[in-house]
Ligand binder design. Structure first.
Ligand SMILES: NC(=O)C1=CN([C@@H]2O[C@H](COP(=O)(O)OP(=O)(O)OC[C@H]3O[C@@H](n4cnc5c(N)ncnc54)[C@H](O)[C@@H]3O)[C@@H](O)[C@H]2O)C=CC1
Ligand SMILES: O=C([O-])CC(=O)C(=O)O
Length: 329
């Protein structure tokens, strides 16, 4: 093992996504089978004991790539030297909580974490926000980190992307590996828009192959957009292993690149492409190479897609305005 270990900070390490995520990071799935990692686990004081228990289990796996584990309840220490930060810990919505309350509670988490990243992370820091509302939490963290290039703050829509591929494969009988160029646009919420108009199945246009507008409008889009709620209903707990898997996919693709002829979906600060207001953290089709991403340009957006992208972006604008009013950005 000759490479310098990469420092990976994971917040919410004692939570259910954390438990599904840490073992895969330590076994090399996040960055590659030849990249040693040092884990920095960040929790709140009440989560420290459980995080220590998870660290004991990580030790017990004797992962050859795991070069160390440290556990913190202070973000300034947790993000020190971080090259990759996975912001998973968040305040869940509880009964009677309004959306404003949720944004405000999460502001109390993501603002100080953004500031700690600004002050202490490595120069090449890459941030993925998983904790909900992921896009707006990413915006809050990014606004608190003015010295870090804004494009390093991303939000997770890869779970939605993977869910959409799986639903499309089930409908068409195709293998998931034959499906390319699917896009999630907008917010990681029920307004998101999974777009198959540019997707390809074994090289053929997916929308033309499916040729079923009713399925698209009444089944595919709502199934993907409301899958999180369906999992909660079925499992009695929110998606954890699939969310952890998507976080691994997001960072792995960001660092190692998209395959030729394909793209992925990431929540990223808009540069104004496709009419999405600049600065909003919205999901786009992106290609990645050498640790950088670029929005896929020049796609025709039909009327059906335009209305759905606009609706999801309008929700993001509302969330941005709400956190602005709360003084969080
Ligand atoms: N973007 C996406 O696609 C998805 C996002 N999520 C979101 O991910 C988040 C985490 O989910 P779970 O692991 O299931 O929740 P969980 O409740 O099991 O774990 C959250 C953990 O975060 C910790 N935590 C809370 N505040 C913290 C802080 N300030 N610093 C460090 N740690 C903190 C808690 O102590 C807890 O251990 C939730 O917000 C959930 O809604 C879940 C699935 C998919
Ligand atoms: O809805 C939730 O709380 C979990 C989530 O984000 C998802 O599964 O997409």
């Amino acid at each position: 093992m000759t490479r310098t270990p990469v420092n990976v900070t994971v917040t919410g390490a004692a939570g259910q996504i954390g438990y599904a995520l840490l073992f895969r990071i330590a076994s090399g799935h996040l960055l590659g089978a030849d990249v040693p990692v040092k884990l920095r686990l960040l929790e709140i004081p009440q989560g420290m004991k459980a995080a220590q228990g998870t660290a004991m289990e990580l030790d017990d796996c004797a992962f050859p790539l795991l070069a160390g584990i440290d556990i913190f309840d202070d973000p300034n220490k947790g993000f020190e030297g971080a090259n990759v930060a996975l912001l998973v810990g968040a305040r869940p919505r509880t009964a009677g909580m309004e959306r404003g309350d949720l944004l405000s509670a999460n502001g109390g988490i993501f603002k100080p974490q953004g500031a700690a990243i600004n002050a202490h992370a490595a120069d090449d820091i890459k941030v993925l926000v998983v904790g909900n509302p992921a896009n707006t939490n990413a915006l809050i963290a990014q606004a608190a980190a003015p010295d870090v290039p804004a494009e390093r703050f991303t939000a997770m829509t890869r779970l939605d992307h993977n869910r959409a591929i799986s639903q499309l494969a089930a409908k068409t009988g195709a293998a998931v590996s034959d499906i390319k160029r699917l896009t999630i646009w907008g917010n990681h919420s029920a307004t998101q828009y999974p777009d198959i108009f540019h997707a390809e199945i074994a090289g053929k246009n997916a929308a033309e192959l499916v040729n079923d507008q009713t399925w698209l409008s009444d089944e595919f889009i709502p199934t993907v957009a409301k899958r999180g709620a369906a999992i909660i209903e079925a499992r009695g707990a929110s998606s954890a292993a699939s969310a952890a898997n998507a976080a691994i996919d997001h960072v792995h693709t960001w660092v190692n690149g998209t395959a030729a002829g394909d793209w992925t979906s990431m929540g990223i600060p808009s540069d104004g492409s496709y009419g999405v207001p600049e600065g909003i953290i919205s999901s786009f089709p992106v290609t990645t190479k050498d640790g950088r991403y670029e929005i896929v340009q020049g796609l025709d957006v039909n009327e059906f897609s335009r209305a759905r992208i606009d609706a999801s972006v309008a929700e993001l604008v509302e969330e941005r305005d709400a956190v602005r009013e709360l003084g969080l950005i």
